[in-house]
Write a protein that binds this ligand. Sequence first.
Ligand code: BTN
Length: 255
Amino acid sequence: LLGLHTKKIGQNLHYEETVDSTQKIAHRLAQEGAVEGTVIVAEEQTAGRGRLARKWYSPKYTGVWMSIILRPAIPPQHAPQLTLLAAVAIVQAIQEVTNVLPDIKWPNDILVNNKKLVGILTEMQADVEQVHSVIIGIGINVNQKLEHFDSDIQHLATSLSIEEQKEVNRAALMQAIFLKMESLYEDYLENGFGLVKHLWESYSISIGKRIIARTLKATIEGHAKGITNDGVLLLEDDNGTVHHIHSADIELSSK
Ligand code: BTN
């Protein structure tokens, strides 16, 4: 990526044609001591991983499939903040490079017209007190046509080129993401989570709305009030009880 004006993110870039999962490679490199800001990017993944043990389709030359290694000095419970930081950076970068206006769905989906455009998978290596590395996996559907998606997910997924009706330059998009991420990350290390939290809430489609959250244990409907500093969703039900949602699939309620 010629002319990349970042200090850290993307300066150590591993480019691969085909890998099983950039996330897996990033874990290995982090273990071996890779510097902060190391990025692994691939044209194709044969075993791309999504959240909740789901598969992530990563066909050749169509998307941005990459993993970024960060080494913040934070306690493990703050690691989800970096997922939110990445989401904000990606939304800003997409708005800069295209005319698409995506929004964020808690915890880590980026959608346009309610269809999935980007997935983020954050994993870490840590002990109880301190994070050793956070690995942020980012999958962006860029130049897929509708028929590239399996027919059963065509109504759920989209790409930047479907939305823009023209091809989008993947390298330009990556550069924009690295720059946005770096400036948000510098602010985060210096001043904490405040700016990211504020921006994230402003891009979120769920905050301030009535939603349904399906957790492993229960389905709760109510008003999404905001997120905590640990990235936990605050959901107030009709009895006024505020639930702390750590993991769930959410959708907007039609009521
Ligand atoms: C999700 O379930 O929404 C998260 C999807 C994350 C996909 C990206 S693609 C690059 C990186 N490598 C992987 O195997 N997964 C992440």
